[in-house]
Design a protein around this ligand. Structure first.
Ligand code: NAG
Ligand code: NAG
Ligand code: NAG
Ligand code: NAG
Ligand code: NAG
Ligand code: NAG
Ligand code: NAG
Ligand code: NAG
Ligand code: NAG
Ligand code: NAG
Ligand code: NAG
Length: 417
């Protein structure tokens, strides 16, 4: 199979000559080896310009990365993006690229073909973003050595996620998002997963308890699916979790208390579900929390947070929970939380605060929220405080005008009479 050394040497010279003539003439790169000619040919068939040796003159955006083997270097990473419309993948080209560990497509609307098994097995990272038109679970399932799988904005037709993930025993990070994926979440996942993003698909059913066994999981994004049922009570077992999004599903029940056992939470998004129960106080004890989104649920009761906690966060959203309210002796209406203040029974005072001026003791405590910061908000606060006074002033002016008019009319009638 191997060509005789002399032949190899000639080829080597030819390629380095080709490479050095087109590159800057002064470059004395002849000592470093060049890319395998078969791979140069493969790159050409993929419309990647090879006038300059891609190992010596790295292409922009790191599209190619080579190893240092001799006599020829081999590609270990290839990133194809913005491919021309006429690009088609050829089996022979792909076969000569089986040295690749990492392969990615971005905006390459070419047709997928069955990959040679050498290449399928050598890949540890595969990404397909807005590319390859349409994939199937079986097609993806052949990449059994992947640690990283990303498919995004590309439809994936499969009877279930287990078809894809079932044999990828080394997988650490998986993103299959915006892919119109159907079926339910797999009952079994590989223990070593650190990132799972299955957002914006059509996944149905509930979140299996087995998800809570993923001790190394740092990011879980199941947002924008059709998941229902409750958040498993064992969720707190995900002790490595940092980012969690379960937003825009149909999850119900309450937010499990066990989540308080996850110390490193940074980003929690449970918005747009049907979660009920109260807002747990433990969120304010999570030191690293930056984003807390609980809006558009059915949470009720008194919001258990103070202003210093809310100000510490980058994003805090609780609006759209009609039975949730805030304690106006703890939080100011200036914070614009999108929820009503509580009455003394911990129920929302029905209409927004400023209209409720006829109220008894409540309006007194409303004026008790004197946070004296941020100048730009004070105008609104003043407006609100002057609300009732304006009414009084209006009534006073109206009344005095009427009195004046009556007096004037009386005087007028006397003068005329
Ligand atoms: C290209 O790769 C090098 C080394 O791996 C890295 O330092 C650099 O940031 C990468 N550049 C781009 C644009 O990704
Ligand atoms: C691909 O095209 C997009 C916009 O059309 C551009 O922003 C991006 O930099 C391009 N990527 C490469 C690797 O050329
Ligand atoms: C990939 O997996 C196959 C079969 O599971 C194994 O035989 C092979 O050695 C692996 N290849 C690499 C490059 O790890
Ligand atoms: C998913 O399906 C919807 C409607 O069926 C379609 O509009 C959308 O383009 C599909 N998404 C992808 C990534 O194919
Ligand atoms: C998905 O694959 C099945 C079986 O191969 C086929 O019957 C079905 O039409 C495919 N669905 C789409 C949307 O392509
Ligand atoms: C998972 O990680 C542990 C420790 O990091 C390691 O010992 C084990 O081999 C890994 N399992 C797999 C299937 O990669
Ligand atoms: C989850 O995915 C959605 C859509 O892909 C994205 O907008 C959001 O930022 C992600 N959230 C987290 C916490 O990663
Ligand atoms: C919360 O929702 C669950 C399931 O929908 C229901 O069984 C429970 O009674 C509700 N609890 C409250 C306090 O509304
Ligand atoms: C996790 O959330 C933080 C804060 O919102 C964000 O900056 C970061 O990019 C997220 N990480 C991932 C992997 O989504
Ligand atoms: C606000 O709440 C946090 C957590 O519950 C607490 O540690 C802190 O002392 C409170 N701050 C004030 C000003 O009450
Ligand atoms: C509001 O907070 C005050 C002071 O902390 C407390 O006395 C009162 O009971 C709280 N009201 C409600 C409805 O929780």
């Amino acid at each position: 199979m191997k060509p005789p050394p002399f032949f190899l040497f000639l080829l080597y010279l030819a390629v380095s000559a080709a490479a050095t003539t087109t590159a800057t003439p002064s470059s004395s790169s002849s000592s470093s080896s060049t890319l395998d000619p078969k791979q140069i040919q493969a790159l050409e068939s993929l419309n990647i310009p090879t006038a300059r040796d891609p190992c010596i003159q790295p292409s922009p955006h790191n599209a190619t990365v080579c190893d240092n083997s001799k006599p020829f270097r081999h590609l270990v990473s290839l990133h194809l993006s913005n491919c021309s419309a006429d690009l088609s993948l050829s089996f022979t080209a792909l076969k000569s690229l089986s040295s690749l560990h990492s392969l990615s497509f971005t905006n390459c609307h070419t047709y997928p073909i069955r990959f040679p098994s050498d290449l399928s097995l050598s890949l540890t990272s595969f990404a397909c973003i807005r590319s390859l038109r349409r994939l199937t679970g079986v097609w993806l399932s052949r990449f059994v050595n992947l640690t990283d799988l990303t498919v995004s904005f590309t439809p994936v037709n499969t009877t279930g996620l287990y078809v894809i993930l079932g044999n990828m025993h080394k997988l650490k990070k998986v993103t299959i998002s915006h892919a119109n994926l159907t079926g339910s979440l797999p009952r079994h996942l590989h223990q070593n997963l650190t990132h799972v993003d299955l957002s914006d698909n059509k996944l149905k059913g509930n979140i299996p308890t087995s998800f809570t066994l993923l001790e190394d999981l740092e990011c879980l994004n199941l947002s924008s699916n059709e998941l229902n049922g409750v958040i498993p009570t064992e969720f707190g077992d995900l002790t490595s979790l940092k980012n969690l999004s379960l937003s825009s599903n149909s999850l119900s029940g309450s937010i499990p208390d066990s989540i308080s056992a996850i110390p490193g939470l940074v980003h929690v998004d449970l918005s747009n579900n049907q979660l009920n129960g109260t807002v747990p106080r433990f969120f304010s004890e999570l030191k690293g929390l930056k984003v807390l989104k609980l809006e558009n649920n059915e949470l009720h009761g008194v919001l258990p947070f103070n202003a210093s906690f809310i100000k510490r966060l980058d994003v805090f959203k609780v609006g759209g929970n009609s039975n949730l309210c805030y304690n106006h002796s703890v939080l100011s209406s200036k914070m614009k939380l999108g929820v009503a203040p509580c009455d003394k029974h911990g129920m929302p005072m029905s209409p927004p605060p400023s209209k409720d001026s006829s109220g008894d003791g409540d309006s007194d405590s409303d004026s008790a929220d004197y946070d004296d910061d941020s100048a730009d908000d004070t105008s609104e606060k003043k407006e609100q405080h002057h609300g009732p006074n304006k009414v009084v002033l209006g009534v006073a002016i109206g009344l005095s005008s009427i009195v004046f008019l009556i007096v004037f009319l009386i005087l007028l009638s006397k003068w005329c009479g």
